[in-house]
Design a protein around this ligand. Structure first.
Ligand code: ATP
Ligand code: MG
Ligand code: MG
Length: 251
């Protein structure tokens, strides 16, 4: 029998993504509830392992807590990777879709703190979106899904050997961090301009917001905020603020 079946009692399926299924399970030994992500390895194990390897290096109050990971060979061939992590009760996507949901006031601040921590470690998340932002029982924000995250190795000091593709220039790193900042800008806009699920304008409003065009009445009522969001969405990446600068500007 497999470690997954032996050690966990399945409670229910929590979600399904492009590359995996996430289950809510109880660990038979410690009695706690966890989210266990099961990823079927199609091509190379190395790229799937990367998600676990990245998450395992992170310890921050606003990042989904990693417990362990392992892989299992399947009877029919192929293999499955499991990542055992902290169970989160809801996602920002669920909250944004529920007009009655109260989104914690600290949420954005906590999200930027998670991103500041990642960027300090030269890690780019690359998939910051409401569906990958979670909340625990205490309504603390937890950034998750490191399936697309990348750790940048910076250029070694003079004299060091430079491999191809291995290292990136500081400029390149800044450039990629700026994509995470763009996502933060879109989330800050959505948090402050909530749509009801039946609002068909949502998609077109979000599409226009990407170019820094916000609904007129909203813009008039939120001038300062609109400018702040626009700076995060700036078409010139190098002019976008860093996570630390955003934090310093928050009330
Ligand atoms: P996608 O590529 O669509 O973002 P994915 O395959 O990368 O998905 P995840 O985003 O990690 O997988 O998880 C898929 C879904 O499982 C999430 O959208 C969410 O509903 C649920 N989920 C993931 N992690 C947790 C968690 N720690 N606690 C509770 N639910 C979770
Ligand atoms: Mg996801
Ligand atoms: Mg993913």
């Amino acid at each position: 029998n497999t470690k997954f079946n032996e050690e966990f009692t399945l409670i229910k399926q929590l979600g399904r993504g492009a590359d995996g299924v996430v289950y809510m399970c109880r660990h038979k030994f410690d009695g706690q509830v966890y989210a266990v992500k099961q990823i079927h390895v199609r091509k190379d194990l190395e790229s799937v392992m990367k998600e676990a390897r990245t998450l395992s290096t992170l310890a921050h109050a606003n990042i989904v807590k990693y417990h362990t990971s392992w892989w299992e060979e399947q009877p029919g061939g192929g293999c499955v990777v499991y990542i055992q992590m902290q169970y989160c009760t809801s996602s920002l996507k669920d909250m944004l879709e529920d007009p009655k949901a109260l989104i914690p006031v600290a949420a954005f601040n906590e999200l930027v703190q998670a991103v500041e921590y990642l960027h300090e470690k030269k890690i780019i998340h690359r998939d910051i979106a409401p569906k990958n932002i979670f909340f625990d029982d205490y309504n603390r924000l937890k950034l998750g899904d490191f399936g697309l995250a990348k750790k940048k190795l910076s250029l070694p000091r003079e004299g060091g050997k430079v491999g191809t593709g291995m290292y990136s220039s500081p400029k390149q790193l800044e450039n990629e961090m700026a994509s995470d900042i763009f996502s933060l800008g879109m989330i800050l806009f959505e948090l402050n301009c909530r749509f009801s699920p039946e609002n068909q304008d949502r998609d077109s409003t979000m599409q226009l917001a990407k170019d820094g065009i916000f609904p007129k009445e909203w813009e008039i009522a939120n001038q300062e905020l609109a400018e702040k969001i626009r700076s995060m969405l700036h078409p010139n990446r190098s002019l976008r603020p860093t996570a630390s600068q955003i934090l310093a500007s928050l009330p």
